[in-house]
Design a protein. Sequence first.
Length: 265
Amino acid sequence: MTSSVDMQALQDAQGNPVYSNDGEQIGKVEEVFHDTDTDQPEWIGIGTGFFSSKRVLVPVASAEVREDGIYVPYSKDHVSGAPNIDGDEISQETEAELYSFYGIEYGENRSDSGLPEGTQTDSTETHTDTTRTPDRIDSSETVTRSEEELRTGTRQREAGQVRVRKYVDTEKVQTTVPTSREEVSVERVPVSEGSSTEAEFSEGEVTVPIVEEEAVVEKRPVVKEELRISKESVTGEETVDAEVRKERIDIDEDGKTTSSTETTR
């Protein structure tokens, strides 16, 4: 919902936000400049920030009053680049510069008040006052002060490794093995007389095996030991150093500067 921009609408919009053609907030309505003779609003003074001393003006003729604020058909960057107004009045030369900046036709044959042709209520009336005076609007600005807070925590990272390797070593082992063997002895026993028998001559051979034990070596792997690898968490403390940033606000009042870095309660 939009409405025409008149004096009452601007008075009701004082302190309301001003938006650019793409919906970005430029600032808030702080003052309204009127023609000193017709008392018609012609320029809207916008406050763009607490620390900005530049006064930004936009023409009333191109503005629209809506439910959520005032909209102007210019970008925020364009409005911010408008000529600076040092005082509380707008001269004819400054107004001509503003009209040129916003691309509004400024007639060659203009009244003494500096308005373009046809913008005055009485075209035959001349004016000796070529300035505009603003309506002052009490407004407040909110300034935020931020600082970084240090938050600590932990994360896991690999601190090292434990490697267990197995190697095969060869060593000489000496042990004693009991063995036995058979030994042969030959005994000659004479045959007594009267008990001998007749014998026959013959040839032959008798074989008697002799047995002995020898050491036999047999090897087999046997598990002798186990290595059990386990981990446990050990709790400790570690001191960390870090830099945090905080904003500092300097307040200049009556030539005295005070600094604030902490929230006042």
